[in-house]
Design a binder for this molecule. Sequence first.
Ligand code: ZN
Length: 250
Amino acid sequence: MLLESIFLLTLGLVFGSFISALTWRVPRGMSFVKGRSICPHCKSQIAWYDNIPLFSYLGLGGKCRNCKTGISLRYPIIELSAACGFLVIGLTVLPDYIKTIYLLILFLLFLSIFIIDLENQIIPDPLVFIGVFVALFYSLFFIPNSLFSIIFSGFFAASLLMLLHLITKGKGMGLGDVKFAVLGGILIDLKLLPIWFLLAFLTGAIAGSILILLGRAKMKSKIAFGPFLIIGLGLAVVFGNKITHFLGLI
Ligand SMILES: [Zn+2]
């Protein structure tokens, strides 16, 4: 259990570090395979021992070794989030290795989409397409009986958001959110779809209100909706049945 946890956390930190670079480079049209990491301030190359996830940040006190400029908190936060996600998924699903790998891939995709949409208000199509492909592939081999209902659920979810997109003339809902709904719909039970959207709008409204109260956003500011679709999806998958049960009691 202890060894397993350490392994999951380490793996999560490594993938988190990869995601933190990918989510920075992809929206800027940079290659994430080529090129070593450099300090964005003094452009000096970062040595391998200063590029160890989380630990280098802590060791350096959050500052570049060369110019002492502060390193963005996004790196340790993303690395730590990935490590926690890996730990929770691993400890919940193991020893089912195939399902664990499947969920870890989806988790990394969702984490990337969450960060990119939050920072750039865009959901890259390739990430959504990879997710749809992985989810359908998994369903085809491991839950083939539900393949039809899964595809239906994906298109139904996207149609609902597409309707919102058309009604609000694209202001309330971007096309990226509509495409993402195909992936979310595939992953969630059709009967939990209303709960998913309800939670997404609710968490979005709460976060928006807090930002406005803090003076960080105005009534007309555009806030990315993708992160809330992801939070809502996670909550609906984990607590959806409990919530429907609770609502049914009232
Ligand atoms: Zn520097």
